[in-house]
Design a protein around this ligand. Structure first.
Ligand SMILES: Nc1ncnc2c1ncn2[C@@H]1O[C@H](COP(=O)(O)OP(=O)(O)OP(=O)(O)O)[C@@H](O)[C@H]1O
Ligand SMILES: [Mg+2]
Length: 448
């Protein structure tokens, strides 16, 4: 069974490895991804009619909304992008620019597919790279043998094999070689810097072609050249059209767009401020994309009708029922995420695969320090985090990060020079590190 064919139960189990609690949200996303697989099993005429059941996650900050969506995408190998609904209310973003999110999603998908295809051709690309490095290390130039000169040819062959052995042993990494490097187009990264992902994709392609393709002789070390040659070889071995085709398909059929802060564009505007161009305007802009439309990207047209949209928000100032009706209909699944309790904090500190405690212990292990947190210490940290959330501002599990940093600050500073390599953090130590701060409200507002 491939990752994309996970059953809902398996998806929830996998999410459980990273996220504590939030059962309802996990189930909802698990069903949503399974439904996509189910849809793809159906005859085309039926499948085309079935729209994804988009989800609204309702819950306070820092309880796992984004984390669930992100882990899910990872798990099922889906191109994933997170956008903030409020971004589209800013001047200059109003209008069709919401399509930019789909373009970004496609770019991500292309990157994913390129990476996968690189893995497929890696062995062959490594071989070819090695040959080209050897060509450069032993240029065919002046002392090239005459066809008849068998001895010279044999010597040359042996030299080449000797170089190969040295190359593989990593002995030639710093040697300089001459290499022809062609720069076909502006790198994608440059486009992003110029904000070109916002401009018309046709124009973008056009601009790219304006940059002349050039090949240049360059001096590089073997180390640098290996990287460059490997990339070049991969570009030659990978069928670009197929790569784009797969990426477009994957965007359409398994792409996930996470729209954060949906609550901020719902309902009436409560605060004062410049005239409200936004809110329902942004909702109207989002609507065609969520309902299904064709978006032009520089890799081709994308149909958005089967992309999964997961949106999130606290919905304290507004309610999902205050969204425009069409949008409500496109987000039929509503799940609430729970406030995290002190017990949840204990579990979050210890249980996830990437748990904070595990990370901290591993970090100090690099200094040969054996760090241990007693169960009482962990419970104390969870309690303090809970308290700080109550007294200051509720930032959910994010509070654990600031608490952890305060607790280990001194140990972390001294660890590199520590003589005693066994360090135990107990409840007293946690209290000592945190108590004054928590009692001094002003300090805690800055430090926790
Ligand atoms: N239930 C949870 N289990 C494990 N870790 C969690 C949980 N909730 C939050 N975290 C951790 O806290 C951090 C913040 O969580 P996340 O980004 O999901 O918050 P959010 O619900 O999206 O909040 P916001 O509304 O502010 O975007 C993440 O790094 C995540 O690891
Ligand atoms: Mg979030």
């Amino acid at each position: 069974m491939s990752a994309r064919e996970l059953t809902p139960r398996q998806v929830v189990e996998a999410l459980d490895r990273y996220i504590i609690g939030q059962e309802a949200a996990k189930r909802a996303v698990a069903i949503a991804v399974r439904n996509r697989w189910r849809r793809q099993q159906l005859p085309a005429e039926l499948a085309d009619e079935i729209a994804p059941k988009n989800i609204i996650m309702i819950g306070p900050t820092g309880v796992g909304k984004t984390e669930i969506a992100r882990r899910l995408a990872n798990l099922v190998n889906a191109p994933f992008i997170k956008v903030e609904a409020t971004k589209y209310t800013e001047i200059g973003y109003v209008g069709r620019d919401v399509e930019g999110m789909i373009r970004e999603l496609v770019e991500l998908a292309v990157g994913m597919v390129r990476k996968e295809m690189t893995e497929v051709v890696r062995l062959r690309a490594d071989e070819l790279t090695e040959e080209r490095l050897l060509d450069a290390l032993l240029p065919a130039g002046r002392d090239a043998p005459l066809a008849a000169d068998n001895d010279a040819a044999e010597t040359r062959r042996r030299t080449r094999e000797k170089l190969r052995v040295q190359l593989r042993a990593g002995e030639l990494q710093d040697r300089d070689i001459e290499l022809t490097v062609d720069q076909r187009s502006m790198p994608a990264g440059m486009l992003a810097t110029f904000g070109m992902d916002q401009i018309d994709p046709q124009l973008q392609n056009f601009l790219e072609r304006l940059v002349p393709s050039q090949s240049k002789q360059r001096r590089l070390t073997v180390r640098e050249a290996t990287q460059t040659l490997f990339q070049q070889t991969c570009d030659q071995l990978i069928d670009r059209d197929r790569m784009i085709e797969i990426a477009l398909q994957r965007t359409q059929n398994s792409g996930i767009v996470f729209i954060d802060e949906l609550d901020k564009i719902a309902g009436r505007r409560l605060d004062e401020g410049p005239p409200d161009v936004s809110r329902t305007g942004v909702q109207r802009d989002l609507l065609p994309i969520v309902e299904g439309c064709h978006v032009n990207t520089r890799h081709g047209s994308v149909w958005t009708g089967h992309i999964l949209f997961i949106s999130a928000g606290a919905f304290t100032q507004s309610k999902p029922s205050e969204l425009i009706p069409e949008l409500q209909g496109r987000f039929p699944i509503r799940v609430e995420l729970d406030e995290l309790t002190q017990e949840d904090f204990v579990r979050i500190l210890t249980e996830p695969q990437n748990a904070l405690i595990t990370q901290q212990v591993a970090m100090l292990k690099a200094e040969d320090v054996d760090l241990e947190f007693t169960p009482e210490a962990i419970s104390e940290m969870a309690g303090m985090a809970y308290l700080a959330n109550e007294q200051l501002e509720n930032i959910g599990a994010r509070r654990l990060y600031t608490i952890m940093e305060k607790v280990v600050e001194e140990i972390s500073f001294l660890a590199s020079d520590a003589v005693n390599k066994d360090i135990i953090i107990d409840a007293d130590y946690v209290r000592m590190r945190l108590a004054d701060i928590l009692q001094d409200r002003e300090r805690s507002e800055y430090e926790l």
